[in-house]
Design a protein around this ligand. Sequence first.
Ligand SMILES: Cc1cc2nc3c(=O)[nH]c(=O)nc-3n(C[C@H](O)[C@H](O)[C@H](O)COP(=O)(O)O)c2cc1C
Ligand code: SF4
Length: 518
Amino acid sequence: MTRTIYIPGDSGALALGADKVAKAMAAELQVRGIEATIVRNGSRGAYFLEPMVEVETDAGRIAYGPVRPSDVASLFAADFLSGAAHPKRLGRPEDLPFLARQTRLTFARCGITDPLSLADYEAHGGLAGLRKALAVAPLDVVKTVTESGLRGRGGAGFPTGIKWQTVHDAKAANKYIVCNADEGDSGTFADRMIMEGDPFVLIEGMAIAGIAVGATKGYVYIRSEYPHAVSVMRRAIEIAREAGMLGWNVLGSPNMFDMEVRVGAGAYVCGEETSLLNSLEGKRGVVRAKPPLPALQGLFGKPTVVNNVISLASVPVILDKGPAFYRDFGLGRSRGTIPIQIAGNVKYGGLFEAAFGMTLGEIVNDIGGGTASGRPVKAVQVGGPLGAYFPPSMFDTPFDYEAFAAKDGLIGHAGITVFDDTADMLKQARFAMEFCAIESCGKCTPCRIGSQRGVETIDKIASGIQPEKNLALVTDLCNTMKFGSLCALGGFTPYPVMSAINHFPQDFAPRPVAEAAE
Ligand SMILES: Cc1cc2nc3c(=O)[nH]c(=O)nc-3n(C[C@H](O)[C@H](O)[C@H](O)COP(=O)(O)O)c2cc1C
Ligand code: SF4
């Protein structure tokens, strides 16, 4: 029997040596004259176990990891192709606690299938949502998405169905679907993982969106730092086109939908939807004033759905299983599942898809296993560089858009970055201002100038120069930025700054001059 060996081709696994492992495996197979197929799957998201190699045995898949090239000879010697014992043997992947505790709806196939095999995609439930969408009226597709309670996973949590309804109702000769794959938040990688590990689910989600709102063309705007995602998506689009999943007659229907990849040039602000649209049009990535909403006047002035990768990739399962199935997961107005990305100084970093409602403490301590350094957790930044820092005393906060907003925080793209007790929160506050100063598109004064003044004022606090007066000044500045900025870059930078000041006041106390200068 020809065995199949799965070695992730995901960027995270590659960074940890997956290519070297694959090369060593191929060489060992040749030397031993064994016939086996090596599939470069996506990652299952347990990055602390990558490269995690799986082998298809008579008893199902058995995982080994983290595998180093130096482990390969001993794996063969131990007969790992039959799932035999070895110090790196992890057992059935689905039984690993990190994976067993998840509810995988959006990431159901990621790490399991061959990312570029449409047959494998279909064999694992793919295309069922698109088929159902093609069998009903476009408005029913919009209704299904609205009833599912899906909210945008890019950061703002805006109801996806309402956005689609606006574009559906708009009258125009051309409409567009734009997928926001700029994924600039610190500690986030869900978009990248799905594009590299299950690209057809995004293509399917975009095709469904196109059919629902009457758009025939889609663009995936991918950040330039994701070369692997760019090439997998490009290849997957070609395969989908050749198979009739995209093109003039989507799956043999009278509906047309096609799409292409566009690569960004490396600006955080180009993740903001209007800036992204400018960039797609070949203009400078500057934020546009709203109104008009992109849903009415978006790409090239036409009605446009701009959705995050995860929002769109969640649509096929909603269409397939129905809105009630999806809505039944979650808490309050946060329905369905959310792929939480656990990063920073954490023992078990990776992607954990779960229904909304877990507490932050459960995520950090039970799932993430606390810090990698073994030191106490000091703070967790939730929602990327514009998210607030939460101390352990707030770990009872459930993962829910409203619960975080009520505590002056945000879920954003669901990235959480863990810091141990050596973190200096004044430096983190300074970093937030500095990040805003560097990434500001420059269109409005509170953000462009305010962030620069913010850095200078925090530096004065660090140097012990009139600390009380300067703290009051930073607070005042934060209010000006919060209420006076045109977009959330300037408007939300105050969240990390003020949460650092409010929850960790000891770090803003006057300090010895030598320490402040470090
Ligand atoms: C500075 C800034 C950066 C952003 N970066 C991203 C991003 O990388 N990806 C994303 O999907 N949304 C990002 N957003 C949110 C988008 O503007 C927009 O809300 C989102 O793409 C809409 O899709 P959704 O409704 O599916 O979340 C950003 C917003 C701001 C203000
Ligand atoms: S807040 Fe900053 S990034 Fe946003 S429009 Fe104003 S200057 Fe540009």
